[in-house]
Design a binder for this molecule. Structure first.
Ligand code: PHB
Length: 395
């Protein structure tokens, strides 16, 4: 080899050497495996969570404590626990993610929880709302809500406001079971009576027969839970078609049913429904004003941030806050999960705290009524219960 070539070789090696720190920095990135229902009947929910995460990262940059945040997104399709579990395993073993995040549906979150527990990977729940999820791995933190958390205040409100008899219609899967059990327990404890109940299928439900049965029974009120997405619109359309929305029947529901993402398309069918939930996009606070404005700037036509958007946004806020406290060191999963415990976030929904004992979210639950304000159908908050913990943990 002549001297010239040798020098060139050294220069090339130096160049490669120079490239090395970039490669090493890549290994040093913080990788978050995001598992969401990007396709299928719950794709809108996934897109909303995605938008919330994207908005937070747009506002705060993609670097925390000197480390780049990289999202690796995977589609769990619909309620498909086997798919969700396989994706979580692949993200952990092959992509070597430092955290798992996302999760619209409970069955998918429960399946991935096994991976979180066995592989000791922190996992941030941005929607899935069945109480037990956080008990399935000591590395799970939830920023969204739980069905019992929002349902108990509604049952108590109903009992205090002259409602004595309720017929319950809820989805036949874990969050629906949670909602029905929580409503029945709290409502009967307050002197109310459950005159009947039905569990409706999660997959492709045809609500007509269920709504007809409710109409035939003529209860004073119904209590509803179906997962946000396409089902609430179909359900409320059926109530309207069968003449039950103006019949004097009182409709109580969790805010999943009057989700801001679809409320406008429900129109008059939703007027007067009383719900309880953790977020309405017309919530009055400086934090929410800024959030709604920024969301409209970022996503234009979809200018209504729904509760799933807040789940994604606050999930990223929680992750950024934890990473800052950890100075970017995610080597020890116990330290990572400890960084979330007791955390407080000034969310667009109001203040939230991660309960250090349960790793579940503690927050204000609002009682709302669907009203038409300036031509817009909105969930107007008119009562609130602060610092609500997940009652599902208090057995
Ligand atoms: C859930 O599967 O946990 C779930 C999905 C949609 C909701 C609420 C809960 O609106």
């Amino acid at each position: 080899m002549n001297a010239g070539r040798f020098a060139w070789g050294i220069a090339a090696a130096a160049l490669l050497g120079l490239a090395a720190p970039t490669g090493a920095a890549r290994a040093d990135d913080i990788k978050i495996g995001v598992i969401l229902t990007y396709s299928g009947a719950f794709a809108d929910n996934a897109r909303e969570i995605d938008n919330g995460m994207a908005l937070y990262m747009k506002q705060h940059g993609d670097t925390v404590a000197g480390k780049k945040i990289v999202l690796i997104k995977r589609d769990s399709t619909g309620a498909a626990p086997d798919v969700a579990k396989r994706l979580a395993q692949e993200l952990v073993t092959r992509d070597k993610v430092n955290l798992l995040a996302g999760f619209v549906l409970t069955p998918n979150a429960l399946a991935a929880a096994e991976v979180s527990r066995e592989a000791r990977v922190p996992m941030v729940i941005m929607n899935a709302a069945t109480s037990i999820i956080t008990t399935r791995s000591p590395y799970i933190v939830r920023v969204s809500f739980t069905l019992p958390q929002v349902t108990v205040p509604l049952a108590q409100w109903a009992a205090r406001h002259g409602i004595k008899q309720v017929y319950m219609m809820t989805s036949d899967y874990a969050p629906g079971h949670d909602a029905a059990a929580a409503f029945e327990k709290a409502f009967t404890a307050a002197g109310g009576q459950i005159v009947g109940k039905v569990a409706m299928p999660l997959a492709n439900p045809d609500f007509a027969a269920y709504v007809q049965r409710a109409g035939d029974l003529k209860p004073q009120a119904v209590f509803l839970f179906v997962p946000a997405g396409q089902q609430p619109v179909a359900l409320m359309k059926t109530f309207a078609e069968q003449g039950l929305t103006r019949s004097g029947l009182k409709i109580l529901a969790t805010g999943d049913v009057t989700d801001d993402a679809v409320l406008q398309s429900m129109g008059d069918a939703a007027l007067g429904i009383i719900t309880s939930h953790h977020y309405s996009f017309v919530h009055e606070s400086p934090e929410n004003d800024a959030f709604v404005t920024q969301y409209a700037k970022a996503f234009g036509t979809e200018s209504r941030p729904a509760f799933n958007v807040v789940g994604g946004y606050d999930g990223m806020a929680a992750i950024y806050q934890a990473l800052t406290a950890l100075k970017g060191d995610v080597g020890d999963p116990d330290k990572v999960v400890a960084a979330f415990k007791g955390m407080r976030i000034d969310s667009p929904r109001g203040p939230i705290v991660i309960d250090p004992a349960t790793r579940d979210v503690v927050q204000t639950v609002y009682i709302r009524r669907v009203e038409k304000v300036n031509g817009q159908f909105v969930n107007v908050e008119f009562d609130k219960i602060p610092n609500v913990r997940d009652p599902g943990k208090e057995k």
